[in-house]
Design a protein around this ligand. Structure first.
Ligand code: TGC
Ligand code: FAD
Length: 390
């Protein structure tokens, strides 16, 4: 079967260089050959396709836009095109790659000691080690500054107590980047290794979204963390929020991949499904309106992502730009999935087609990494100078 040909209504590809196209092609083939054939089974059985982790490492997809320590050092645009293709396969796979690179490798790279970088970055890059990022708590999601998890210094150790919730890859992680408040009320990051006494991880079951991804709760009961496992380079909420910029950027591209998969499926279906006068449903104006809406929003989303990526490569991107990217592209992807599901009629609800899986996944993507409304408030704060969270 021919692989995915891409969605390019307005010569978007003319804006990409050869390296960017090559990275996209590599990710595209990987998704077509390794993810699409197995993903519905994993989604149905709620299992994470862990066997793909070493291959993702070999392809250089973990921490792909970081420099050194075995990382691929690709541009942010190439990185974005890679996450776009992965999410065309499944948001869960893209999520795994986002967490590993943007939320675990990035903080070690940006805030870690040289010893921490040497110990963890090559292992995480290759997929020999898996990481997770613990910021959210049962009572504090959108407002992580309220966190209850505490780290108290005792001699050359920190004693960690608290709970984290909704943590991607939590129970399969070798290392957890955990954010906790210290005695000076500042938030700091700790590398909590698997097997640390008092550290427990369990999985969330019954999810109707991101079923091919591991989502966990973590608890810390008097966990003794050696002081060399503190991330020394940052104190304050800007530490974890700085990591979120990296991950939200990848999601902004990734959501386009899910939207493209839904649009492409709906377009092919509409051209062959016949109703009334033996005409394909694509011949009806109301169906064309939906398809025209989708391709317009995907095209606008591509241009937004590309511009944010170019700004990021030049060191000029602002967190509020990334909020706009994440908010807009996830929003239009979810709406694309809903319209595409409608075009498939009853066939849209079964997993012979990818649409309902993407739609359900995108409900999580809409919420995590800052809910859609939180990103509106970030943009509102940037343009008015007034924070409206409280
Ligand atoms: P606020 O007072 O505004 O800021 C505190 C300090 O942080 C700085 N800051 C940032 N720094 C870097 N990047 C950003 N995006 C930043 N936003 C703020 C700020 O300058 C300040 O620094 P300083 O030096 O003055 O202390 O903080 P606030 O408590 O009012 O919160 C603002 C708000 C609501 C925007 C923030 O809390 C927020 O973004 N909330 C959403 C939480 C969230 O996104 N959680 C995600 C958890 S991880 C996840 O979901 C992973 S999903 C996994 C996957 O991809 O599969
Ligand atoms: P809440 O903060 O309770 O928000 C509920 C509703 O209230 C939302 O509509 C929100 O927009 C609205 N709201 C909140 N505050 C305001 C306000 N000031 N003004 C207006 N409306 C407001 N977290 C991690 O730390 N690591 C992970 O790896 C991770 N992975 C995840 C994986 C999945 C599958 C999911 C679903 C979540 C994951 N999360 C992770 C958690 C995620 O970041 C949070 O769910 C998210 O930040 C929202 O928090 P909440 O669910 O507590 O919702």
């Amino acid at each position: 079967m021919a692989g995915f040909a891409g969605v390019d209504f307005m010569e978007f590809d003319s804006l990409l260089n050869d390296e960017e196209k090559l990275v996209r092609q590599t990710a595209r083939q990987f998704v077509d050959n390794e993810i699409i054939p197995i993903i519905e089974k994993h989604n149905r059985e709620a299992t994470f396709p862990r066997h793909l982790v070493p291959q993702l490492g070999e392809l250089g997809f973990f921490g792909a836009n970081l420099q050194g320590y075995g990382c691929a050092g690709m541009s942010n645009v190439a990185y974005g095109l890679m996450t776009q293709e992965l999410e065309r396969g499944d948001s869960g796979l893209r999520s795994f790659v986002s967490v590993q690179g943007a939320l675990v490798m990035y903080p070690i790279h940006a805030y870690g000691s040289e010893a921490q970088k040497q110990k963890w970055l090559p292992a995480l890059q290759s997929g020999k080690a898996i990481g997770c990022f613990g910021l959210t708590e049962p009572q504090f999601g959108s407002n992580p500054g309220g966190m209850l998890t505490r780290a108290v210094k005792k001699g050359n150790k920190y004693v960690l107590n608290g709970e984290k919730m909704w943590i991607t890859s939590g129970s399969i992680a070798d290392v957890a980047v955990v954010w906790a408040k210290c005695e000076d009320e500042k938030v700091r990051g700790f590398l909590v290794e698997k097997g640390t006494r008092g550290f427990k991880a369990w999985d969330v079951h019954g999810k109707w979204s991101l079923r091919a991804s591991v989502t966990s709760g973590l608890s810390f009961g008097d966990c003794e963390i050696p002081e060399e496992n503190l991330l020394p380079g940052v104190a304050g909420l800007k530490g974890p929020l700085g990591c979120l910029n990296q991950a939200r950027y990848g999601i902004g591209w990734g959501a386009l991949g899910a939207a493209m998969a839904c649009y492409d499926t709906a377009l092919q279906y509409a051209k062959t499904r016949k109703q009334f006068a033996n005409k394909p449903i694509a011949a009806h104006q109301l169906v064309q309106e939906k398809l025209a809406w989708m391709i317009t929003e995907i095209t606008k989303g591509q241009l937004l992502a590309l511009h944010a990526g170019r700004l990021k490569d030049q060191g000029k991107v602002h967190p509020s730009h990334i909020s706009m990217l994440k908010m807009n592209n996830v929003g239009i992807a979810l709406e694309t999935a809903r319209k595409a599901r409608d075009i498939l009629g009853a066939n849209g609800i079964v997993d012979d087609y990818c649409i309902m899986r993407h739609m359900n996944n995108l409900e999580s993507v809409f919420t995590y990494e800052g809910t859609n409304d939180i990103h509106k408030l970030v943009i509102g704060e940037r343009i008015t100078g007034i924070a409206a969270y409280v």
